[in-house]
Design a protein around this ligand. Sequence first.
Ligand code: SAH
Length: 267
Amino acid sequence: MTHQRPVFPIKLDSLSGSKPKAKPAVSPPRPVVKALPVRPLGQGNAHGNNQGLGMDSVAVRARMVQKLAQGGIQDTQVLQAMGAVERHRFVETALVNQAYEDTSLPIGLGQTISKPNVVARMIELLRNGATGKLGRVLEVGTGCGYQAAVLSYIATEVYSIERLKGLHEKARENLRTFRLHNVHLLFGDGMEGFAKGAPYAAIIAAAGGNNIPQPWLDQLAVGGRLVAPMVTPAGHQALVVVDKTVQGFRHQVLEAVHFVPLKSGIS
Ligand code: SAH
């Protein structure tokens, strides 16, 4: 690969004063929109997974949302999106009863769907208090497609890229009947980002490496925000938030997290 890969913490530290490379002043407007829809995604579809769920999933999700709020998630648009997306349709039938517990679950090929509170926390950070929807959002690590579905509620367009063909196809299958016209599933190496959709109002990664790949920084709009897990010098993963401003990049290292590794190439 020819592009530069910043290594933590040097690059991030050096980012603080550096000028972003992308075109200036392209921060996408964040229009105020009407209240988000509350119809659960997938409700009433004839082909979705785990149709015969033997529980009232609306009530179970409402409890999950209540717990998320008690746990500190305040952004009502995030809570609304978490309440709308039927997480049980994204997990194996045998795991359906755990779908609304605050736990990560296997989704095949050694990967996991993140805990609801981590999904909500990262999207809350991504929104950064915006009043309306975000513009274009890039998600690295589609996995089963759950987070892409949540993102579809808070962004005008979602580009979600997955490096494992099997999961890319599974996500396509999972999302098919939800008819989310603003979700674009891509198969490829997300470490390269997805230049065609750039610049992004926000970038979110569901897998963590030792650094933030340069293409992500390049493809972020000025005024945009990136949220990703990253391995710190102490050897544990933490959430990193990078803001791209006209003055340069600003970063924060937040709480410890446990994500699957960010890997290069496709498989
Ligand atoms: N957001 C997902 C979480 C999936 S786990 C969900 O809701 O289910 C993280 C995913 O990141 C895995 O599927 C893994 O294959 C993928 N991944 C890791 N490195 C990647 C890369 N370079 N490009 C794209 N996807 C990657």
